[in-house]
Design a protein around this ligand. Structure first.
Ligand code: XLS
Ligand code: NI
Ligand code: NI
Length: 439
């Protein structure tokens, strides 16, 4: 059985190709900075948008045509869908995928039934992974859709809901481990608040930290060694999410002694909702050794919510790849397309066009970033910009050998600081454009 009979395996044909079902930039075996593009980018396809997204929005129901669906929420339908998913992963040459527990398998009438459903679908996922060689980048638990999580999960005011969430995450980590998942992600779906009049923020944060420590203990017990990743997001669905941005997450992890076990999964659209660029979030995490993985998408700055669009902008992908390369690559993470086709792009083939376009954009971004780095085009400028710190008083300050009194003495003798030099922002923006022109 094939769900996409008219779609061949997508191959690299080079930048001059006009074939919309071919890669123009993503050439899996091509080496960039000594590693294949496959290993540099570690593309991953998400199950929730690509196989569970219907195109519904607050104003109307789904539009997507998905001929393999039988319209039921049965385990049978879920298993058939899983096989279709692997056909798409393989045809797109994606080495990884990612899922939420409740995306791949239907929620049952009890926790026990939900666990059984998940096990049944996981059997098919494992079989398909072995057949195709596609691997699991990460698993996660959906702790936000079911009405029981209306007040949050680990931060709920209802202790029973905390217990339920713990049981659900225990199972999700076990299934992720069984499927060889390389990471496990927490996105705090409803871990935040709408209003502080009814919220004990301190107690909620303490509970969240307890929850994460329990997850660490359980991972140890079952031998799951992949990193845990927190995915920052400032708002939506709550007015304030506790995992609001990289800095807030790192502060939380440090305060509760969790830093050794967690890294961050950074998402472009979440960065922009937080009022940051993705480059900022990546660099902030990277300088603290906490760059884990990315949810590769983009928002619409005119709309202002998490629209999860496929990223095709070369400036964005160049900035993302520049920062990832700067911090030594993604390790066990990947470029995970947490993105959905638009409601108007309702045909199955749109799933292919969307992924091909974004895979190409990241592949080209990677090549541009590597070229910029090979010429030291930005780093060289940065090194010169900070040269005053390499010798003299700058070096003394960095080495911790100078205090206020020394610096007062130094400046009283010198009388005035050395002249500043230009930051050359506009020049550097044009330099980046030149690399985009060349490739
Ligand atoms: C929602 C998040 C979510 C996570 C996984 O905004 O991006 O999809 O990636 O729970
Ligand atoms: Ni995400
Ligand atoms: Ni998101």
């Amino acid at each position: 059985m094939t769900a996409f009979p008219e779609i061949p395996r997508i191959e690299y044909e080079g930048p001059d190709s006009d074939n919309p079902l071919a890669f123009r930039w993503y050439n899996p075996d091509e080496l960039v900075e000594g590693k294949s593009m496959r290993d540099q980018l570690r593309f991953s396809i998400v199950y929730w948008h690509t196989f569970r997204g219907t195109g519904s929005d607050p104003f109307g129901p789904g539009t997507a045509l998905r001929p393999w669906e039988d319209g039921t929420d049965s385990v049978d339908n879920a298993c058939r869908r899983a096989r279709v998913a692997f056909e798409l992963f393989e045809k797109l040459q994606a080495p990884f995928y990612a899922f939420h527990d409740r995306d791949v398998a239907p929620e049952g009438a009890s926790l026990r039934e939900s666990n059984d459903n998940l096990d049944a679908v996981a059997d098919v996922l494992l079989e398909e992974q072995k057949r195709s060689g596609v691997k699991l980048l990460w698993g996660t638990a959906n702790l936000f859709s079911n009405p029981r999580f209306m007040h949050g999960a680990a931060t709920s005011c209802n202790a029973d809901v905390f217990a339920y969430a713990a049981a659900q995450v225990k199972k999700a980590i076990e299934v992720t481990h069984r499927l060889g998942g390389e990471n496990y992600v927490f996105w705090g779906g409803r871990e935040g608040y709408q209003n502080l009049y009814n919220t004990d923020m301190k107690r909620e944060l303490d509970h969240l930290a307890k929850f994460f420590h329990m997850a660490i203990d359980h991972a140890k017990q079952i031998g799951f060694t992949g990193p845990f990743l927190i995915e920052p997001k400032p708002k939506e669905p709550t007015k304030h999410q506790y995992d609001s941005d990289a800095a807030a997450c790192l502060n939380f992890l440090r305060q509760y002694d969790l830093l050794d076990h967690f890294k961050l999964n950074l998402e472009t659209n979440h960065a922009t909702l937080a009022g940051h660029t993705m480059m900022h979030e990546l660099d902030y995490a990277g300088i603290q050794g906490a760059l884990g993985s990315i949810d590769a998408n983009t928002g619409d700055l005119l709309l202002g919510w998490d629209t999860d669009q496929f990223a095709t902008d070369y400036y964005l992908t160049t900035q993302v790849m520049l920062t990832i390369l700067k911090h030594g690559g993604l390790a066990s993470g990947g470029v995970n397309f947490d993105a959905k086709v638009r409601r108007e792009s309702f045909e199955p083939i749109d799933l292919f066009y969307a992924h091909i376009g974004s895979m190409d954009a990241f592949a080209k971004g990677l090549k541009i970033a590597a070229a910029i780095r090979a010429d030291n085009a930005l780093d060289g400028f940065i090194a010169r910009r900070y040269a005053s710190w390499d010798t003299g008083v700058g070096a003394e300050i960095e080495a911790g050998r100078a205090g206020f009194a020394d610096l007062e003495k130094y400046m009283l003798e010198k009388g005035e600081a050395d002249a500043n030099v230009s930051g050359r922002q506009e020049r550097l923006e044009a330099v980046v454009n030149r690399y985009l022109d060349r490739l």
